[in-house]
Design a protein around this ligand. Structure first.
Ligand code: NAP
Length: 270
């Protein structure tokens, strides 16, 4: 009974998100939705961004119940000008963005035999360029204020690509490299940057990968959106760049480096 009562109370994270202005992209479903709700529950004013209006409307009323200054904005992130324009508007209205969560992503899910370079562009527009544009849009004000957090949601596919056409893992690898590179300068200005490796989650994206033939990852590589969101919110603002939901994936990265041939043999059949 006691543990039920403890787990039913939303975590407060030491009050560190109270009153913060947070933008979460890809908040209409899955991990982005969970992170938006958890941040609102911890007292942040959340601006939730995605394309599907009906899902955003439902989310907005749930966010309002947790944090009255929260709202939602419809935006297609593949329109970079619209996305950066929206961020500028938010910054003007609220005088700052304290935390940007670049979470929106697509997985084209096309076979190698059929994929085209346009499909790569489509994946990179949302998964990479929108996150880059969003980061570059909020950094100047964060630098001026000497604080802020940018979190880019990557994927274990970006550091341990599975067999496939490569567009999704390539976009996530690029996102990780961008974040790490910029993080050094950002740290000097008091701004924290993070790359999140969520493991596999049973979201729309995770489930559609299974439908396309991805083998169900082992238990050590599976997490719920709730688990990943709590981990991320607990770690944001810390010194570590990477936030990895699966320790097993971290070991796999080391194993890949020290035993590349064995790793490739195992990975081929995974
Ligand atoms: N699920 C997994 O197993 C897994 C594993 C590793 C990493 N990840 C990463 O985790 C993050 C969240 O994914 P998820 O699993 O929660 O999948 P999801 O439920 O499919 O969520 C993707 C979100 O991105 C939004 N989005 C896609 N294209 C957009 C666009 N052009 N403009 C604006 N928003 C767009 C979608 O909203 P609208 O359609 O309403 O626009 C949706 O809210 C992604 O970065 C994904 O790569 C997922």
């Amino acid at each position: 009974m006691q543990s039920f009562m403890r787990s039913s109370r939303p975590p407060d994270y030491g009050g560190r998100y109270r009153g913060k202005l947070v933008v979460v992209s890809g908040a209409s479903s899955g991990l982005g939705r969970r992170i938006a709700l958890d941040l609102a529950g911890a007292g942040a004013a959340v601006v939730a961004v995605a394309r599907r209006s009906e899902l955003l409307e439902k989310l907005e009323s749930e966010l309002h119940a947790l944090s009255s200054d929260s709202s939602s904005r419809r935006c297609d992130l593949s329109d970079i000008a619209a996305w950066t324009g929206l961020l500028a508007e938010i910054e003007q209205d609220h005088e700052r963005v304290d935390l940007l969560v670049n979470n929106a992503a697509i997985d084209p899910g096309i076979r190698l035999a059929d994929i085209t370079v346009e499909d790569f562009h489509r994946a990179f527009e949302v998964n990479f360029f929108a996150a880059v544009a969003g980061t570059l849009a909020v950094l100047p004000k964060m630098f001026e204020q000497g604080q802020g957090i940018v979190v880019n949601i990557s994927s274990d596919g970006g550091r341990l690509p599975s067999p496939g056409p490569g567009a999704y893992p390539a976009s996530k690898a690029a996102l990780g490299a961008f974040t790490e590179s910029v993080s050094f300068r950002a740290a000097k200005h008091g701004v924290h940057m993070h790359v999140v490796y969520p493991a596999w989650m049973p979201t729309e994206m995770g489930l559609s990968a299974l439908q396309r033939g991805l083998r169900m990852p082992p238990r050590v590589m599976r997490r719920s959106e709730e688990e990943v969101s709590r981990l991320v919110l607990a770690r944001l603002g810390g010194l570590a760049l990477d936030i990895s939901a699966s320790l097993f994936a971290n070991f796999a990265v080391v194993f890949r480096a020290v035993a590349p041939l064995t790793y490739r043999r195992l990975r081929r059949s995974w």
